[in-house]
Design a protein around this ligand. Sequence first.
Ligand code: C5P
Length: 222
Amino acid sequence: THIVALVVAAGKGERVGGDLPKQYWKIGGKAVIAHAVDALAAHPAIAAVHVVIGAGQEELYSKAIGTRLLPAPVIGGASRRDSVLRGLAAIEGASHVLIHDAARPNLPGAVIDRLVEALEHHPGAIPGLPVADTLARGTDILGDVVPRDQLYRVQTPQAFQFDAIVAAHRAWPDDREATDDAQVARAAGHRVAIVPGDALLAKITFGEDIAVAEQRMAARMI
Ligand code: C5P
């Protein structure tokens, strides 16, 4: 097996607020994206880490990545799926790929272990967390409660057989949004295993998430 990681970082990160996309904010003096890249590169099962960045983010990226030796970044597209497809096209010779959001800087090696293990039995594997809160529909008035016992919060990295995920992304309709890759794999008929995720893997989406990630990172280092 030849497992390659693909980090997608071409989003504008507008929900965080501010001018700087969230993947370039710093936690403990190191950019969010560099945390994600380092966690993947440090894992013995991962042969290479490729990164997809936004057009115009070349300088931000090279500052964030510093002296790390990585393949040249790929320029992403307008949608997350566009960015993933472009990234996959730049990877050669991989049997499997782990696709990871740059906005998830806290990536425990144990999650990668579980994904790699699951790939021995399934064409795809994702980290998932059970839902602790009550889930309800609603606008500003409470609607129906949604049973949570069979629901997961789906995280990344998401692991796939390389050829399977490439074909699945190509087959996905252009006009439909895909917030992750597992739904694309599933739509193409692949069975995707759910392995335990980790609360540390939370995605940085809003401004306050940065402070939470910083605290979690500090707690891990103690
Ligand atoms: O916007 P959201 O948080 O769902 O984005 C998830 C990941 O996909 C982020 O790491 C973001 O940088 C990436 N992305 C991308 N290209 C896009 C949109 C999002 O690489 N066009």
